[in-house]
Design a binder for this molecule. Structure first.
Ligand code: ADP
Ligand code: MG
Length: 252
């Protein structure tokens, strides 16, 4: 069970401090939500965790190990998967192919699978397919398996992105605005999905979210930031009642 620890991290774009000496930690097995007005630096925090950007200062650790030495494509090998604020899928490939193209986390086969004497690559491919089918079932996507992503309704594409992240068998899942663009019903469904991800799959969830109904429903802990800086942390209601948080939303 690994903690995610972000410690005194800063990043600037030109003169703008997008993340300013920010620290927080995420307890394993929980749903941790980051809120804040547009431009607060939320997505940048995800990009820092996923090694898209190098922090100017500070450290980011998962399971006690610094991620700062990892390249972006290696982050998944540390057990970290994400979705994007704007869906990033292969539009012209099928849903299933999108899950198979996704990065697979290596080195999680049981010693028993060695008994099958399959060449490593084939064994890995079979395991990857099995995992993809399992995730498709978990997210109720069976009916769309062979549909082209470009033809899928928006809500299903959004779910497909989540599926692609789950196929990698992460320990922690970063969701960037899972409800954006969804209908109220789809957002309610997303709340159940997030609860199942935590409870049934045992995956820690870090979520950036604007929809306070969803935030209230699923968050164990909330962090509010503004202009890259820490504002408040606590339960969803504690954070929403915080005067600094209310002022930041009124000012934005
Ligand atoms: P949020 O996700 O909270 O809405 P972001 O993390 O996307 O905010 O952005 C934080 C700030 O950093 C914003 O002012 C945004 O314009 C700026 N920013 C984000 N990414 C870049 C980039 N690649 N280049 C320059 N500025 C950026
Ligand atoms: Mg964002």
């Amino acid at each position: 069970m690994s903690w995610l620890e972000v410690e005194n991290v800063s990043l600037a774009f030109g003169g703008l401090k997008a993340v300013d000496n920010l620290s927080f930690s995420v307890e394993p097995g929980k749903v941790f939500t980051i809120i804040g007005p547009n431009g607060a630096g939320k997505s940048t925090v995800f990009n820092l965790i996923c090694r898209i950007y190098d922090p100017l200062e500070g450290d980011i650790r998962f399971g006690g190990e610094s991620l700062l030495g990892a390249r972006p494509h290696e982050v998944i090998n540390h057990g970290i998967a994400r979705t994007f604020q704007n869906i990033e899928l292969f539009e012209h490939a099928s849903l299933l192919d999108n899950l198979l193209i996704g990065r697979f986390r290596h080195g999680r086969f049981s010693p028993l699978s060695e008994l099958f004497f399959l060449p490593g690559q084939l064994r890995q491919e079979l395991e990857h397919r099995r995992k993809a089918e399992e995730v498709i079932e978990f997210l109720d996507l069976e009916g769309y398996r062979h549909a082209r992503v470009a033809d899928l309704p928006y809500g299903v594409r959004k779910k497909t992105e989540m599926a692609r992240a789950l196929v990698a068998s992460p320990e922690i899942l970063l969701l960037d605005e899972p409800s954006s663009g969804l209908t109220t019903e789809e957002t309610d469904d997303t709340a159940f999905v997030i609860e199942d991800i935590r409870e049934d799959l045992g995956i820690t969830v870090v979520m950036i979210e604007h929809d306070m109904k969803l935030v209230n429903k699923v968050s164990d802990k909330v962090l509010a930031i503004n202009e890259g800086r820490f504002l408040a942390t606590g339960s969803a209601s504690e954070v929403q009642d915080d005067p600094d948080v209310q002022a930041a939303y009124l000012g934005g």
